[in-house]
Design a protein around this ligand. Structure first.
Ligand code: AMP
Length: 112
């Protein structure tokens, strides 16, 4: 999508601190980290959020989660949190599906 900031990161139009990239997904550092390690993992394909994903995206969603676990391991994170905010009321501010991979500090639960 032409006016989507994460599409622009995925296609190289906007710079980001990319730590992993392949034909399906991109992982880069969050500009405003909420934990010592805070990585965003996005599909290259524009999907608005998890609610906008379809059956045909099942493999892609699986790849993102496996990539999250692999990246966490590479960053030395034994414990980590993986979050996808879905919709404004849940805190979503960028409407291109993304997972927040966060680690390096203690997290509370319930999250509030
Ligand atoms: P959310 O609020 O769940 O939609 O998360 C959007 C995240 O994107 C926030 O944590 C922002 O800090 C992050 N963000 C926005 N623009 C950029 C950017 N250009 N590069 C890296 N992270 C960004």
């Amino acid at each position: 999508m032409s006016d989507c900031i994460f599409c622009k990161i995925a296609n190289g139009e906007i710079q980001a601190q990319i730590i992993y990239q392949d034909e399906d997904l991109v992982a880069f550092k969050d500009l405003n980290p909420q934990a010592p390690s805070h990585i965003l993992i996005i599909p290259v394909k524009h999907i608005e959020n998890l609610a906008g994903a379809q059956e045909q995206d099942a493999l892609l969603l699986g790849k993102i989660q496996l990539a999250a676990a692999k990246i966490a391991k590479e960053l030395g994170l034994k414990d980590f949190r993986l979050v996808a905010n879905n919709g404004k009321g849940a805190g979503q501010s960028v409407f291109h599906l993304h997972y927040h991979l966060m680690g390096g500090r203690r997290f509370l639960w319930p999250a509030g």
